[in-house]
Design a protein around this ligand. Structure first.
Ligand SMILES: *Cc1c(COP(=O)(O)O)cnc(C)c1O
Length: 395
């Protein structure tokens, strides 16, 4: 057997702080490493494996499509991108779509669309207000949009046109709005920022403010979209329809696809304004179509809501038991446990030893984003491993 981890150290730029296992196979909520050891995967391909690993619907769609047509170009019409477009638009409040290949790319596209709108409708307004502790991607513009200095400092100066204010604070958005503002961009629930859930009325207040000022509301649903929060889209739970919405992570069940959608009134692009070589290619769109169709037809968001509530109550039990748990929180199947000390890494390693993969989202917090079709039995198994792990590290 090759020493894969040694090869990684030899060949890779040093960006990833990886967990020391080499995953070679997945099935449902489980993955296996190269020694044959089994793990419950509550990272879920970073919230991408919405139906778990190797779901038959995904396998069939990709297998059929790879034998038929993989890539042409957006200079031509192809069918799977239209089928997925119709499905997403009929099941959302948005009217038009653009496809790309990742979360950062669709956020970047959404920013470009908002700037185009600002140029045409708002006297050249170009500034986008975002939230502190947000996460919008790793391109330069999306890094500038991301309200976390640690992502920006290594690359200063940042592209201009972004202003980050406190999350869950409507007054902060109001005082940051100027004649140069074209949009407010928020995650309905902040994911990478530590699973931060706003007050129920916050997004509706932001919506009303954007309407008052004639500026756009962009909801970055790259992580929260496609069922993760217990509804097909996160905005449904907050009484605030976006003008532009981004999707990626869970959209293709694990294949790389992203999309941003816009309401008719925000659809300011004309031919030539934006493009993508791979975006919307038949292979990934066939996967996305099969996955989203399955999610809708089988009420997978309902499962995420139900099993997520069960998971959250189990985490609350752990909080009562372990005094070093400061907070547990979540919506649907996006959940977190926060400790009163920076023991996230120790907790992650103890979970790993017990056969559970989790994400250390902050030095003092773990995040869980398992497949959306898991059962309460899977949650019981994960909670039991977590319980033992916390008992071992916390005493
Ligand atoms: C992960 C994420 C992104 C970036 O997606 P990539 O596919 O890694 O480029 C953007 N926005 C949100 C809300 C995310 O969670």
């Amino acid at each position: 057997m090759s020493n894969w981890q040694e090869l990684e150290r030899q060949y890779f730029l040093r960006t990833f702080d990886r967990v020391p296992i080499t995953i070679v196979r997945g099935q449902g909520v489980k993955v296996w490493d190269d020694t044959g050891r089994e793990y419950f995967d509550f990272v879920g391909g970073w919230a991408c494996a919405s139906l778990g690993h190797c779901h038959p619907v995904l396998i069939e769609a990709v297998t059929d499509q790879v034998k038929t047509l993989v890539q042409t170009s957006n200079a031509f019409y192809t069918v799977p991108q239209l089928q997925l477009a119709e499905l997403l638009i009929k099941n959302s409040c948005l009217d038009r779509i653009f496809y790309a290949n990742s979360g950062a790319e669709v956020v970047e596209g959404a920013i470009k669309l908002a700037r185009r709108y600002g140029k045409l409708k708002l006297n050249g307004a170009y500034e986008v207000i975002t939230a502190l502790n947000s996460f919008h991607g790793r391109t330069l513009a999306t890094t500038a949009a991301t309200g976390q200095p640690k992502f920006q400092e290594p690359y200063l100066p940042m592209p201009v046109g972004f202003k980050s204010v406190a999350f869950n604070d409507i007054e902060a958005i109001k005082s940051a709005t100027t004649a140069a503002t074209c949009a407010v961009m928020l995650e309905p629930v902040q994911g990478e920022g530590g699973v931060n859930i706003p007050d129920n009325k916050y997004l509706a207040q932001v919506r009303a403010w954007c309407d008052e000022k004639g500026i756009l509301l962009i909801l970055d649903e790259v992580q929260t979209g496609v069922g993760r929060l217990g509804t097909l889209f996160g905005y449904e739970q907050f009484g605030a329809e976006p003008d532009i919405m981004t999707l990626a992570k869970g959209l293709g069940g694990g294949v790389p696809i992203g999309a941003f959608l816009a309401k008719e009134r925000a659809s300011a692009f004309v031919p030539g304004d934006h493009g993508s070589t791979f975006g919307g290619n038949p292979l990934v769109c066939a996967a996305g179509y099969a996955v989203v169709k399955f999610i809708i037809e089988n009420n997978i968001p309902g499962n995420a809501r139900k099993v997520g509530a069960y998971f959250l109550s189990g985490l609350q039990d752990l909080k009562r038991k372990f005094s070093f748990i400061r907070d547990v929180r979540g919506r649907g199947l996006l959940l977190a446990v926060e400790f009163d000390k920076d023991i996230g890494q120790t907790a992650l390693r103890a979970c790993l030893d017990g056969g559970l993969l989790v994400n250390r989202v902050k030095p003092n917090a773990l995040r869980f984003m398992p497949p959306l079709n898991i059962t309460s039995g899977d949650v019981d198994a994960a909670l039991s491993i977590l319980n033992k792990a916390l008992a071992a590290i916390g005493g």
